[in-house]
Design a protein around this ligand. Structure first.
Ligand code: DGL
Length: 280
């Protein structure tokens, strides 16, 4: 193996506050089936969404240090909350290319919106940050935006209540004000929301296009891999590694639902990158 091939075979590091970032791993695996991936979910400290930007930034620095200890060739911030309030922290600590979900999601929405009215839903921290609004303004100044935090969607997805009447009811409650604004595009600005896509689509109506920021980010990862000569040229089955900072009973079960495939062994990691122990 040449030095270039060895570099290309290094894993992509993906992290999230917890389990939801597996939807981004799923999008990455579908688009880039030969890439090795190291995933870290900070399940001991999830959720990040209701926390202050300062705390999220502290956690983020530790999460990135853990991924860097695995010699990743690129860092993908699956978490919208981290992408919204701590992108600069990741860029400072990662000595490799970094891809977040906000700009790719915003650009994808701006490309498809015909009426130029885009809705944004996310955690409280993501909505408060205004990161999606700024990103949309930077690529499409003519677009009007309306945002709403939907905090209950995260526990509903974690509970596996994708197609539950409670989920549909809550979706209608959260999203009705957005429908009054005549949006034609809605950004699912949180890792967990793509799992609730059918309830969300039911609440906003068939005329609204849903944008999965994770899928948009996967396209950006592919572009950046190619630009940096980092795409893995091996056609062997990729090595996917999963680490979490706690032992949530449901991680593997719900995780496989998020991922759309089996996860193999999940390991426990300390977030300062100093040690790893198998889950028991
Ligand atoms: N991963 C978070 C996000 O995408 C959702 C869960 C949380 O609040 O930590 O914003």
């Amino acid at each position: 193996m040449t030095a270039t091939q060895a570099r290309q075979a290094q894993p992509i590091g993906v992290f999230d506050s917890g389990i939801g970032g597996l939807t981004v791993v799923r999008a990455l695996s579908a688009r880039l089936p030969h890439e090795n991936i190291v995933y870290f979910g900070d399940t001991a400290r999830v959720p990040y969404g209701p926390k202050s930007p300062q705390v999220v930034r502290e956690y983020t620095a530790q999460d990135v240090a853990f991924l860097m200890s695995h010699r990743v060739k690129m860092v993908v911030i699956a978490c919208n909350t981290v992408s919204a309030v701590a992108l600069d922290v990741v860029q400072k600590h990662a000595r490799v290319p970094v891809v977040g979900v906000i700009l790719p999601g915003a650009a994808a929405a701006a490309r498809v919106s015909v009426r130029r009215r885009i809705g944004i839903i996310g955690t409280q921290a993501t909505v408060n940050s205004g990161a999606y609004v700024h990103a949309i303004r930077s690529v499409a100044p003519d677009v009007q935006t309306v945002s709403a935090a939907c905090p209950l969607f995260v526990p509903l997805a974690e509970e596996g209540w994708m197609d539950h009447q409670a989920t549909r009811l809550i979706a209608r409650e959260y999203l009705f004000p957005l429908t009054l604004e005549k949006i034609d595009t809605l950004i699912l600005g949180c890792t967990h929301y793509p799992l609730l896509a059918s309830a969300i689509a039911g609440a906003v109506g068939a005329g609204v296009t849903l944008i999965d920021s994770g899928e948009a980010a996967a396209a950006d990862v592919e572009r950046q891999l190619d630009e940096n000569g980092l795409r893995n040229t091996s056609t062997e089955r990729p090595h996917l590694q999963f680490y979490v900072s706690d032992i949530p009973a449901k991680f593997a079960g719900i995780g496989e639902l998020f991922l759309g495939q089996s996860m193999g062994r999940v390991r426990r990691a300390t977030v300062d990158g100093s040690g790893v122990a198998p889950l028991v």
